[in-house]
Structure formats: structure tokens, C-alpha cells
Design a protein around this ligand. Structure first.
Ligand code: ASP
Ligand code: MG
Length: 417
């Protein structure tokens, strides 16, 4: 007998038929002799629809009320799933996030979990129930309702798995697992049998939308064994764990891309100590996350430098820089969109020289200029113009030996939800 946490995303519970399919799947698992805790997201596009409704009433709806609103989506799912399971003749109980014991910091919209008190979940399991828990929600010390950020139900599942010492945390989604790259761009992308936490973390942060980055961090920290698999078939998924066997000759495991990139360039800044600290300190104060930073050569005591932010933050960043012009004179500031960050990720990169050089070669063969580069031990990222993204990803996929003969199965759109 094993203890499973099974998480089903919005598309897996998108309508009543799908809800029933999930119920059958969970009951089947229990009949095999296992204990099951199920974490669910809101049905289909419910969360987006709720946000749209609030936006009709106010351009900036209060964060507290948004949490109040959004958590209703998951609450509908847990009740319906519990009803569906009981209709099949099994015992089930639904719990909201706070009933399941999720305590969080006092931040609306993106709260971190501070503590989990899963006694009620454990007691219901003891009584032979399938326990159904609402994803992405918790409560503060002062009994205020909070959410964990978009896609946060993955984090609920992983955190609960750690708290109740589950044997496995299964993330059921609309694709068969983690792919070497987006199968919509490269039809012969391969499904990975296993991947390490670190690689998965890079891929999740780099825009592979299947798993929420914070969930992967949590899984690594608590050594929760994760399996990403399809809710539409019984194929084996991808196992995410600490150590993975490296396949002979495979140095790069995956290729990710992120279209949410804007580049800002500040030209003609005097090259004196403290300039970078001033610029990036001001951006940080405005809560703007900066990704890649590149400073180019100094000429006549003046330097140019560029950095990237998300598209959403582009205007805000330009305003911040305009705001410090009197303290920090510069000649000109410009910004660019229509960019994409393409990244190769692989634990084997540390010990293999020339992997990044090969990437630059492949990209230049496509006639594409590389605008920025950043590297870590297990990844190399290049910012390029988005026009030739598909060609570049395909060429990289082939160059690193990732193509398979078969066409990948894609059960549905690979969107973050
Ligand atoms: N329903 C929430 C969202 O759409 C949380 C989740 O699905 O993980 O972001
Ligand atoms: Mg998701």
C-alpha cells in the first residue's frame, strides 16, 4: 500500500465528464489498495473568467477580494469531485486549503506557505476516505484567505505530499510528461523518462509551463518524488527526482523558450562606481525583476548596458530610469520587444566543454543574431529576435541529438493553468 497525492489541473477537470473520469481514476487507484489525496485546480478557464469579471468592475481590483474570488474556483472543483467519487460508491471528503491546514504569510495573490497542519487530512485517510483538497489556497494567521499565484495548485500538491510523507506526488496534466522541447514546435520532441530537480527547475523557470517553478523548488527541498503524467491515458510519465542516470552522449536534456522578454538599453552612462547599483537598486525598489544584464565596452569614460525584464514590466522600468535621470545622467534609453529567450538545459553541461559554443554556431547558421547570453552550470540562454524562433528551436533539438523517430503525443494545449 502506498500513499499518493494526485493533482489534476484545470483542463483535466474542465467539464462534468472529465470530472467523472478523474473520479474513476482515483477510485481505481484506491481499489488497487492505495491511499489517495487528490488536489484539484479550478475547472477549465474558471480562474481567468473570474479575473475578467472583476476587471469589468475595476481596473485594479483589491488583492484581498481577488483572493476571495479566485479561491471559489477550486472550491467548486473539490465539491463536485467529492460528489462524483461518492456517486461511484467510495467514501470521500473535500477540504478547502485552510481546512487542510495550509497557513501562509500575509501576502495576497502570491503567498508563500508557512506551515501545514494536515491532521484532518490524515484522519480522513485513516477512515478510508479519498481526500479532495482545493489547490492554490491557504489562510493567514489572521484568518485571511490567500492564494499562491497562478499555477499554484502544483505547489499545494507537493507541499501536502511532503507534509503527509506521501510516497509519490503525481501531477496529472494534458500532456504525457516533460518533453525535450515544446512538441507544438518540434513534433518529434521526446518525452523524458526522468529529469533531475535542478534541470526541471531551470526548464520551469525558463518557460516550460507544465510545472510551477515554486512546486519544483519545494519538491527538491523536501525530496518529494514527482511524476508528471497524462490524465487522458495510462502512459508512464516523467519522474522528477534528485539523481538521474545520464543517457550515453546526451548532454542537453531540454530546450525551453520564453517570449515574455523585453530588452532595455541605456547608452552613454558615465563609468563611475555605483552606477549599476543605482539603476538596479531603483528597479528592485519598484519590484521589477531583472533577468539578463550585459555591460558593453567603455569608451571615453562612458558605458552602455542592456538588461531584460518581462513585457509587463517594460514601461514601468522605463519610467524608473527616466526618474533617476537627474542623479544619473545618460545619453539615451531604448527598449525592444519581439524578442525571445531560447535556452538549452542539461546536467551534463558542466563536464562537457563546447556545449555553449555549439549553440551559438547552430543559431548563427540560421542567420540569427544573438543579442544577449547568460549561462549557469546547467544552462545557456540566448536572447534573439522572435521571428525565427521555430527554426532555431528545431535546429538546436536536432543538433543536440534529441529528435526521435516518432511524433510526440500532444493531448492538448500546453498552457499554464
Ligand atoms: N486555478 C489557479 C490558476 O488558474 C491555480 C492552478 O490552476 O494551479 O492559476
Ligand atoms: Mg499548471
Amino acid at each position: 500500500m502506498a500513499l499518493y497525492v494526485m493533482k489534476f489541473g484545470g483542463s483535466s477537470v474542465g467539464d462534468i465528464q472529465r470530472m467523472q473520469r478523474v473520479a474513476r481514476r482515483v477510485v481505481e487507484k484506491q481499489k488497487e489498495g492505495h491511499q489517495c489525496v487528490v488536489v484539484v485546480s479550478a475547472m477549465g478557464d474558471t480562474t481567468d473568467d473570474l479575473i475578467d469579471q472583476a476587471k469589468l468592475l475595476s481596473a485594479e481590483p483589491p488583492a484581498r477580494e481577488m483572493d476571495m474570488l479566485m479561491t471559489t474556483g477550486e472550491q467548486i472543483s473539490i465539491a463536485l469531485l467529492s460528489i462524483a467519487i461518492q456517486a461511484l460508491g467510495s467514501k470521500a471528503t473535500s477540504y478547502t486549503g485552510w481546512q487542510a491546514g495550509f497557513r501562509t504569510e500575509s501576502v495576497h495573490g502570491n503567498a508563500r506557505i508557512t506551515d501545514i497542519q494536515p491532521q484532518r487530512v490524515l484522519a480522513s485517510l485513516e477512515e478510508g476516505h479519498i481526500v479532495v483538497v482545493a489547490g492554490f489556497q491557504g489562510m493567514t494567521e489572521n484568518n485571511e484567505i490567500t492564494t499562491f499565484g497562478r499555477g499554484g495548485s502544483d505547489t499545494t500538491a507537493v507541499a501536502l505530499a511532503a507534509a503527509i510523507k506521501a510516497d509519490v506526488c503525481e501531477i496529472y496534466t494534458d500532456v504525457d510528461g516533460i518533453y525535450s522541447t515544446d512538441p507544438r514546435i518540434v513534433p518529434c520532441a521526446r518525452k523524458l523518462n526522468e529529469i533531475s530537480y535542478d534541470e526541471m527547475l531551470e526548464l520551469a523557470n525558463l518557460g516550460a509551463a507544465v510545472l510551477h517553478p515554486r512546486a519544483v523548488e519545494y519538491a527538491k527541498h523536501h525530496q518529494v518524488k514527482l511524476v508528471v503524467r497524462s490524465s487522458f491515458n495510462h502512459n508512464e510519465g516523467t519522474v522528477v527526482k534528485e539523481e538521474v542516470k545520464m543517457e550515453q552522449g546526451v548532454v542537453v536534456s531540454g530546450i525551453a523558450y520564453d517570449k515574455n522578454v523585453a530588452r532595455i538599453t541605456i547608452m552613454g552612462v558615465s563609468h563611475v562606481p555605483g552606477v549599476l547599483a543605482k539603476v538596479f537598486g531603483s528597479l528592485a525598489e519598484a519590484q521589477i525583476n531583472v533577468d539578463i544584464i550585459v555591460q558593453s565596452g567603455v569608451e571615453n569614460g562612458e558605458a552602455d548596458f542592456s538588461f531584460t525584464v518581462t513585457l509587463n514590466d517594460r514601461q514601468k522600468a522605463l519610467d524608473v530610469i527616466e526618474g533617476i535621470r537627474s542623479e544619473l545622467p545618460y545619453r539615451e534609453v531604448t527598449s525592444e520587444e519581439n524578442l525571445v529567450k531560447v535556452s538549452i538545459v542539461g546536467a551534463g553541461m558542466v563536464s562537457h566543454p563546447g556545449v555553449a559554443a555549439q549553440m551559438f554556431g547552430v543559431i548563427s547558421k540560421q542567420g540569427v543574431n544573438i543579442k544577449m547570453v547568460s549561462t549557469s552550470e546547467i544552462k545557456t540562454s540566448c536572447v534573439i529576435e522572435s521571428e525565427k524562433l521555430n527554426e532555431v528551436v528545431k535546429a538546436l533539438h536536432t543538433a543536440y541529438g534529441l529528435d526521435t523517430a516518432e511524433k510526440a503525443f500532444v493531448g492538448g494545449p500546453q498552457v499554464r493553468r
